[in-house]
Design a protein around this ligand. Structure first.
Ligand SMILES: C[S@@+](CC[C@H](N)C(=O)[O-])C[C@H]1O[C@@H](n2cnc3c(N)ncnc32)[C@H](O)[C@@H]1O
Ligand SMILES: [Zn+2]
Length: 408
């Protein structure tokens, strides 16, 4: 097979694939622009694919039958190739791309990795491919939507092509809308209002999940969120979708709003759909700004993440250390309430030098509150402590030179 561009081989976690030469699409000496290449391959998404492999291995253990998988926006095929070679019990994979050059390159890569017995390549529009798999006998156990930008145009058809109990994975790289830089675009794509707070990436994940829950509930499907993360320039969620109006109702009951006061940083969750035009901050009396509707349930399930972690040492990953670190933090924060505080933002307001994240966490724990790190931000703290206690802790840490409150 020949291609109208120079190619090179890359190896990712044991799979070797042919891609367009990286140096042809380089900006400067180090940065590569995958969207400019004739077929998409982004080395920066290798950790995303590592985690997807861990999710699929944990999911396979959970359901214990052979899996059929679909990746309707596949690029050069690397993700599906890794699923086929790194997840035992994956018996059939359909990879698809609208770009005929991508689907040809994916075909070459599947042959090269000796996976033609498991992987079928299609060259179709993602929605028409998914709809053509909506018959109950044709549905998949897992569908991975990894598009340019927003997954929202493909969510409905993916839900129709998913078996009851199936797993859906969504990547969103359109963080500008989801994190509040472009709120109208977020409302248009996800029907949720974002807010430019210090925890805007968490809000983005919750808005993305809300749009999945509402799409699913139209088909009487409930959503059980297993794992989510925010890494580099993208947000990623994984959820098991279960049939039944009761399951759909349970998911819809976890929808609501987050109210945020920009004056004192107080925030509040409100379940259900309502109008907050007149909401006032219960701490300082300022205006509350509203984000949502969004998902207020857990964005990761501890047991599922522990199961992913237990797979880390049994499989080759592109970045084992990063995957482990991320999973350990997400396990810690899995059951914490929504939102987190960024220490530096509070210190700016108090006009004091910022103490370490670890010291703030220890101090809040000593006061009897839950206080945890978060993978969303290295200076973030998830806590149920009220704002005046957080401020008191920070002031004590920075104003009392040798702090006697903190046990070693
Ligand atoms: C971000 S890339 C996929 C990357 C891939 N999932 C990976 O892990 O390397 C998105 C792909 O979607 C394809 N695409 C865009 N619109 C599509 C559509 N409507 N139907 C099918 N493929 C489409 C593009 O050609 C591109 O290859
Ligand atoms: Zn306030």
């Amino acid at each position: 097979m020949s291609f109208p561009f120079t190619t090179q081989e890359v190896s990712e976690a044991g799979s070797v694939v042919t891609i367009p030469s990286l140096k042809l699409f380089a900006r400067g000496s180090s940065e590569y622009i995958p969207s400019k290449a004739p077929v998409f391959y982004n080395p920066r998404m290798a950790l995303n694919r590592d985690l997807a492999v861990l999710v699929l291995r944990a999911y396979r253990k959970m359901i214990d039958w052979d899996l059929s998988v679909c990746e309707p926006l596949t690029g050069c095929g690397i993700r599906g190739i890794r699923f086929a070679s790194q997840v035992e019990g994956v018996s059939k994979i359909v990879l698809n791309d609208l770009n005929p050059i991508a689907s040809n390159l994916a075909t070459l890569n599947v042959e090269k990795n000796g996976l033609t017995h498991k992987i079928i390549i299609e060259n179709d529009d993602a929605n028409s491919l998914l709809i053509s798999h909506s018959h109950p006998n044709e549905r998949f156990d897992m569908i991975d939507l990894d598009p340019f930008g927003s997954p929202s145009p493909f969510i409905d058809s993916a839900l129709l092509a998913l078996k009851g109990g199936g797993l859906i994975a969504l990547t969103a790289t359109d963080t500008a809308p989801l994190c509040g830089v472009n709120p109208l675009s977020c409302i248009r794509k996800y029907f949720g209002r974002p807010l430019r707070t210090e925890y805007c990436h968490e809000l983005g994940i919750r808005i993305l999940l809300n749009s999945l829950v509402f799409s699913a509930s139209r088909h009487e499907l409930g959503v059980n969120v297993l794992f989510s993360h925010s890494t580099n320039h993208y947000l990623r969620v994984y959820a098991q979708v279960r049939s039944g109006a009761g399951k759909a109702n349970m998911a819809v009951e976890r929808i609501g709003y987050i109210l945020h006061c920009f004056d004192c940083f107080h925030r509040q969750c409100s379940f259900g759909l309502a109008n907050f035009k007149e909401a006032r901050c219960e701490v300082c009396g300022g205006n509350m700004n509203v984000a949502g509707p969004l998902w207020l349930g857990q964005i990761a399930t501890r047991e599922f993440c522990e199961s992913m972690l237990s797979e880390v040492e049994s499989v080759q990953l592109s970045n084992t250390k990063a995957a482990k670190k991320l999973l350990n933090t997400i396990i810690m924060e899995a059951e914490a309430a929504p939102t987190y505080y960024v220490i530096d933002r509070i210190c700016d307001r108090l006009n004091v030098p910022p103490p370490s994240t670890e010291l703030v966490i220890r101090s809040l724990s000593n006061y009897g509150y839950i206080a945890l790190p978060t993978h969303f931000h290295p200076r973030g703290v998830k806590t149920n402590a009220p704002m005046h206690i957080i401020e008191k802790s920070i002031k004590e840490l920075v104003l009392i030179p040798s702090n006697t409150l903190l046990p070693k």
